[in-house]
Ligand binder design. Structure first.
Ligand SMILES: C[S@@+](CC[C@H](N)C(=O)[O-])C[C@H]1O[C@@H](n2cnc3c(N)ncnc32)[C@H](O)[C@@H]1O
Length: 233
């Protein structure tokens, strides 16, 4: 029996596999994320990692914070939520230009046109430092194709490479350089895809970052790792 089958189906699996109507996902994006999804590129609107990241943002974001959303996606969901619900100044990056153009339209419709959408390979074109960095980084191992079915045309949405950690490793290598002294990085992952010990090992092996706490979900196996720049860095 595979690891995924030992647990209850996660909310995202249910959303994607049960034929959950797209219009209902759009309504939920409006209610939960204050995001008016007037247009989209593919039908992945949010998942349970986005939901637990929202919980982290609600807890840690402060009015006026400078926030970076890593991998904002085609609707810029977390970026819109940070700007609209928490009055943050948001920079939102993605590698896919088509996603960014769509997210700009969504942000305008959601009354937060000031979000700075930047095409960037993670931090390659990011400038300055941030109070809060959030990221739903692709973490599905490349050989777990069944997870990727619903976004086959856009593998960059979920494909985390070998063991699901290729993109996570890149982000963890550089994130400390973009955090303000009391800044935090909220990294969302699903432990059915990347085991918790692997994630903790990656964080622990970096001299530049340290884990402050972990946020868990009541409805899924997605977790948020709350990471700070280490004092010795
Ligand atoms: C799992 S989706 C997250 C979307 C959205 N933030 C959410 O929570 O629903 C991951 C996003 O990371 C983007 N991405 C993948 N590789 C990237 C890279 N090298 N640099 C920046 N963004 C990347 C993908 O295009 C995709 O939009």
């Amino acid at each position: 029996m595979s690891v995924a089958h030992r647990h209850m189906p996660s909310l995202s699996a249910w959303l994607h596999l049960s034929g959950f109507p797209c219009w209902l996902k759009l309504v939920l994006a409006g209610c939960h994320f204050h995001c008016d999804v007037v247009c989209y590129v593919h039908n992945h609107i949010f998942d349970d990692t986005s939901l637990i990241l929202r919980k982290g943002i609600r807890h840690y974001a402060r009015q006026g914070d400078r926030v970076l959303d890593l991998g904002t996606g085609h609707v810029g969901l977390l970026a819109v939520y940070c700007a609209r619900a928490h009055g943050a100044q948001v920079v939102a990056v993605d590698v896919n230009q088509e996603f960014l153009e769509n997210a700009r339209l969504v942000a305008r419709a959601s009354q937060v046109p000031d979000i700075d959408f930047v095409q960037s390979d993670w931090f390659s074109r990011v400038e300055g430092t941030f109070d809060l960095i959030v990221g739903n980084i692709p973490y599905v191992p490349s050989d777990r194709r069944q997870f990727l079915r619903h976004v086959n045309d856009y593998p960059e949405v979920w494909d985390g490479g070998s063991g699901g950690t290729t993109q996570v490793r890149k982000v963890l290598t550089d994130v400390h350089r973009f955090l303000r002294p009391s800044g935090l990085f909220l990294m969302g992952l699903n432990v059915d895809c990347v085991p918790r010990d692997t994630i903790l090992g990656l964080i622990d092996s970096s001299e530049h970052i340290e884990l402050q706490t972990t946020l868990k979900s009541l409805i899924s196996r997605s977790e948020v790792y709350v990471i700070a720049a280490s004092n010795q860095a």
